[in-house]
Design a protein around this ligand. Structure first.
Ligand SMILES: Nc1ncnc2c1ncn2[C@@H]1O[C@H](COP(=O)(O)OP(=O)(O)OP(=O)(O)O)[C@@H](O)[C@H]1O
Length: 304
């Protein structure tokens, strides 16, 4: 049986000045990387801080690792590897000292794990935290979240401020983490990174979860552009009648069209001709994401 690592039922947060999170139903299973996507002000941090017990929900309920977010805040803090969106680090401590303190709080840490992570992320752990650049502070926050191999990581914008090499290394560490059966819940506006690591994504907008799906499913919902080059002239009418094709054009023995949904008819029709080349344009998660936002652009004027 797959266990539920995060479970929310109509979890809501209303601030005095407005809604932060509309009733949210979410189920995150052990061993998955779940990407929580949304533009500025969508409600990602509100959801994460509520799950971590730093904000009190105004409605609904939630369990993290089976612990109630209202009643078991201390246990949740002890058991979840958490990276906040806004890191506050004691400026006079070095990373080494901070990791030592955290290790003691968590009942011991592996010196080998700290060395391995500081090496992989290229962090000088001997400098006072107050003197570190934004990206290096982010590395400290990430290593602090990873210490002690927690079963669940909740990361608010984990790659914020990181250079491309470290960024890729962090994604690699998250994949390794998943391989061990652990779970990652991460928020991001960086769509391409979520696409690279997440098993499923949830898209949030205006405090409301617009959709939850596997990355591949989301992509399949979008039209694909296709270009097919034939060895001989082909009749345009054959392709004009295929139900899954839009914008069909044939020029110099090349078919250009947009495929919506299943490509079964198209493949069978193509089989009657000699095809020299097929080029497809696969929608990126960015296309999917923007399509969800454009759909509802009239509801909310938030720009993305
Ligand atoms: N302490 C607060 N008091 C009142 N409103 C708040 C507070 N924190 C957040 N909000 C509001 O709740 C909504 C969701 O904000 P939240 O910070 O959760 O979004 P986000 O998706 O994390 O955005 P970003 O990507 O910019 O960090 C926004 O309208 C925001 O203005």
């Amino acid at each position: 049986m797959t266990t539920s690592v995060i479970h929310t039922q109509a979890l809501a947060k209303v601030y005095r000045t407005g809604v932060g999170l509309q009733p949210l139903n979410l189920e995150i299973k052990a061993g998955e990387i779940f990407g929580f996507l949304g533009p500025n002000g969508a409600g990602k941090t509100t959801a994460i801080r509520t799950l971590m017990g730093y904000l009190r929900p105004t409605g609904g309920e939630a369990q993290v690792l089976g612990l109630d977010v209202r009643r078991s805040t201390r246990e949740i803090h002890a058991q979840v590897g958490y990276l906040p969106g806004e890191l506050r680090l004691a400026p006079h401590l070095t990373a080494q000292e901070l990791f030592g303190i955290l290790g003691r709080l968590r009942g011991g840490m592996s010196v080998r794990q700290v060395h391995e992570l500081t090496d992989r992320f290229g962090l000088d752990s001997s400098r006072p935290l107050g003197t570190l650049s934004k990206g290096n502070k982010q590395k400290v926050g990430l290593i602090a979240a990873l210490l002690g191999q927690p079963d669940l990581l909740i990361l608010d914008e984990p790659t914020d401020g990181l250079d491309p090499l470290v960024h890729d290394e962090v994604l690699q560490v998250l994949r390794e983490f998943r391989r061990e059966g652990r779970t990652v819940f991460l928020s991001s506006h960086v769509l391409t990174e979520v696409e690279q690591v997440a098993d499923r994504v949830g898209i949030i907008r205006g405090g409301r979860l617009v959709t939850v799906a596997r990355v591949a499913e989301l992509k399949a919902q979008l039209p694909h552009r296709l270009e097919v080059r034939f060895a001989q002239p082909v009749p345009e009418s054959v392709f004009q009648t295929l139900p899954e094709l839009r914008d069909v054009q044939i020029e110099h023995q090349t078919l250009r069209c947009v495929v919506v949904g299943e490509a079964d008819h198209l493949i069978k029709t193509l089989a009657a001709y000699r095809v020299l080349e097929i080029r497809g344009h696969q929608p990126s998660l960015e296309d999917v994401f923007l399509s969800f936002y454009r759909e509802e652009a009239h509801v909310d004027s938030l720009a993305f």
